[in-house]
Design a protein around this ligand. Structure first.
Ligand code: FUL
Length: 696
């Protein structure tokens, strides 16, 4: 036995050491294989990328020089093709080339697109209206690739007068703004190759193609950006659809104000018929600053005014109708509610938005095609004359009885076709490219499907609205009940906005002074909207004086206090945080990132890890009653099931659980005493990416 023991023992020690050694080697190989993974860059472009006119282009084209700068841990491949256009209808569209397939087969981590120069030729640029949509579709081609590459689009280098038909003026006036628009729309990265070449015509011997030194300048610019973005390149692939930049900016607002104010305030109605005399609108004490100050003090980030409700009365000096403040008694017909509010918002640093009811019960042309022109003209006025607009609100209530210029009657419209929404939306994009548009079908944010201010416990920002008969949807014509949860596999990124009034009605009615919602009720709604990946659009109707009623103000401030108290001090600050896995063991993706104040840093796991846990150790006992979680949604919404549990000194106890997280999830529960909290991600569409965890 003794001998046996000896013989067993010696090899055991050796074995163990050997195993440790092997494990260590394997782990380090594994880690370095992950960190040293070759990063593949596909350079897509025309002759400028190809390196036309450059001596020894195999070594001196910009992709070749980029390769030299990066060295062998990167593989840069030149997919440049002479004369190619981005436009599908151009003379030599890149679209038709085998290279497009080859790029996909290459499975790049980075795609750099520099196209557009050949599109400026007159015979190509006659299709300029298709440039943006073709470019966006072109980007879609690469977003579909398995490797989910990070996509960079380039503002092309300048062209100096030459006889190729290429026009620098078009690059400047049309291509540059279009590319900037596309960048925001598709949330891809931008590389400006135009500016670095200003005044450097000597680098363009034939006036269009940069020489070897020019190619070096391009490579250097790209290198600097990619080098800075190195961790981005290694970041988790996006899971589509993802938000646009404007949607991301909107999502951060979370809580903002709706103002329902018009002749209804004076007639005591909710829906004016459209025959109200203009004179009736007379808010003698109207004070935009009083309103905006309250909104600001209440912690809201913006305000949306019913510039025109269904009755058609316009709160601004529209030149297209007489049915407006212009003919009211208020300020001798010189007042402009929209202007005063937008000025006050500017002064107090709030965002400003407009509601323009498509249905107009006053207008004689409503229901006819002429009305569309009227509606769009009004939209143009609002989007041109009142500074920056953050949101345009398109209502779904459409058609019915009304005054209609004295003709009285019922006018029904086909909600699917009448408004030709796509054309109307273009006006908003053109005049206020940063504004989000709200409706039952987006295109930027969706109605949550109820007017009670809450989203579903499961709430995806992904949504694919369907028409009532499963046909083409339209505002006022959707299976709106599905909007409360959205769709896990929805085709569009359309986050939910939860609208609700502080009173039963949207407009002010004295009889509702006793029916103002309590601060506690508003707090619950906050948890059920903002705390469930939506936003809270809270309506507070000014009264007949044109001011907020003191009852509403009181509740708003109490509600603010409740929020401030509930989220006063984040107990997770200074705690120790670890995770079951983090990406490449690279600090850029380490669990600490959930506790810093940077919402753009995050904890992410390796691609293959889709269930993982995060442990927060407070190193002392704390009393906890809510946990706030945020996904880094710029890379898509991923998590579909999770549990939060707490260590009470003896065992793990489930504190709460949920399905989706998205931009923000707040879990409120009864008090627990714990020393550790664990977030267990049970199921995720792809590797989880968490940007923030707070504990209260
Ligand atoms: C609805 C309208 O009919 C209501 O009057 C209110 O404006 C609400 C916010 O939207 O569809």
């Amino acid at each position: 036995m003794h001998f046996q023991g000896m013989t067993l023992n010696i090899p055991n020690v050796i074995n163990r050491k050997l195993i440790y050694c092997i494990v260590a080697i394997v782990l380090s190989l594994h880690a370095s294989a992950q960190t040293d993974r070759v990063i593949k860059i596909a350079c897509i472009g025309n002759s400028i990328t190809y390196g036309a006119g450059i001596q020894d282009r195999e070594r001196n084209s910009y992709p070749a020089q980029l390769q030299q700068m990066f060295g062998k841990r990167w593989e840069v491949r030149n997919f440049g093709l002479n004369g190619r256009t981005l436009l599908k209808k151009g003379d030599y569209p890149y679209w038709n080339e085998r290279e497009l397939i080859e790029v996909k087969e290459f499975n790049p981590n980075v795609v750099i697109i520099m196209l557009g120069t050949n599109d400026t030729k007159p015979w190509n640029w006659k299709y300029k209206n298709e440039f943006v949509s073709d470019y966006e579709k072109f980007i879609d081609e690469f977003q579909k690739i398995e490797s989910h590459p990070l996509i960079y689009i380039c503002i092309p280098v300048p062209a100096f007068p030459g006889d190729w038909g290429i026009r620098d003026s078009i690059i400047r006036v049309d291509i540059i703004p279009s590319i900037k628009q596309i960048q925001r729309e598709k949330n891809v990265s931008l590389i400006d190759l135009y500016t670095p070449f200003t005044g450097k015509s000597e680098l363009f011997p034939d006036e269009v193609h940069p020489n070897q030194d020019g190619a070096r300048l391009i490579a250097r610019e790209i290198y600097n950006i990619l080098y800075q973005d190195y961790h981005l390149i290694k970041s988790p692939p996006a899971i589509y659809p993802i938000p646009t930049v404007r949607q991301l900016e909107w999502q951060n607002l979370e809580y903002y104000c709706f103002l329902h104010f018009t002749t209804n305030t004076f007639t005591d109605k909710e829906w004016g018929y459209g025959d109200e005399p203009e004179s009736i609108f007379n808010p003698v004490e109207f004070d935009a600053e009083q309103i905006v100050r309250v909104v600001k003090d209440a912690g809201m980030k913006g305000l949306i005014i019913t510039a025109k409700h269904h009755d058609g009365f316009c709160l601004w000096q529209s030149k297209y109708t007489e049915h407006s403040v212009k003919n009211s008694l208020w300020r001798d017909g010189k007042g402009d509610v929209v202007e005063d509010l937008s000025d006050a918002c500017k002064k107090y640093g709030l965002k400003f938005g407009v509601y323009l009811s498509p249905w107009d019960r006053n207008h004689r042309d409503y229901g006819k095609s002429e009305y569309l022109e009227y509606y769009r003209n009004q939209l143009r006025e609002l989007l041109t004359n009142y500074g920056e607009i953050f949101e345009v609100w398109f209502d779904g209530a459409n058609g019915g009885d009304g005054y209609y210029g004295g003709e009285h009657g019922t006018r029904m419209i086909d909600r699917k076709t009448y408004y030709d929404w796509k054309e109307t939306w273009k006006i908003v994009r053109e005049l206020q490219p940063n504004a989000v548009m709200f409706s039952d079908v987006g295109p930027d944010i969706r109605w949550v499907g109820n007017e009670n201010g809450y989203a579903g416990e499961t709430c995806w920002s992904l949504y694919g609205p369907a028409g009532k008969q499963n046909d083409e949807p339209a505002p006022g014509y959707t299976k709106y009940k599905e909007a409360i949860e959205g769709h896990r596999d929805g085709k569009l990124w359309l986050p939910a906005e939860c609208d609700v009034s502080i009173r039963p009605g949207w407009f002010y009615h004295e009889r509702e002074d006793t029916l103002v919602k309590s601060a506690k009720k508003l707090f619950d709604l906050y948890l059920q909207s903002v705390g469930r990946n939506g936003s809270l659009l809270l309506n507070i109707p000014p009264d007949r004086r044109g001011r907020f009623n003191k009852k509403d103000i009181k509740v708003l401030m109490e509600f603010k206090k409740l929020r401030d108290a509930a989220f006063a001090s984040n107990l997770a600050k200074g705690a120790n945080v670890t995770a079951s896995n983090y990406r490449y063991n690279d600090i850029h993706f380490s669990p600490d990132n959930v506790l810093d104040d940077d919402k753009n840093s995050y904890w992410a796991t390796d691609d293959s890890v889709i269930s993982a846990s995060l442990l927060i150790d407070f190193k002392r006992q704390i009393t906890v009653e809510s946990v706030l979680l945020q996904e880094y949604i710029a890379l898509g919404q991923r998590i579909e099931s999770f549990i939060v549990d707490g260590w009470d000194g003896k065992a793990w106890k489930i504190l709460s659980s949920g399905t989706t997280i998205g931009h923000k999830r707040i879990l409120a529960f009864s008090e627990y005493k714990v020393s550790k909290i664990r977030l267990n991600i049970i199921k995720s569409k792809s590797s989880p990416v968490i940007s923030n965890v707070e504990v209260y």
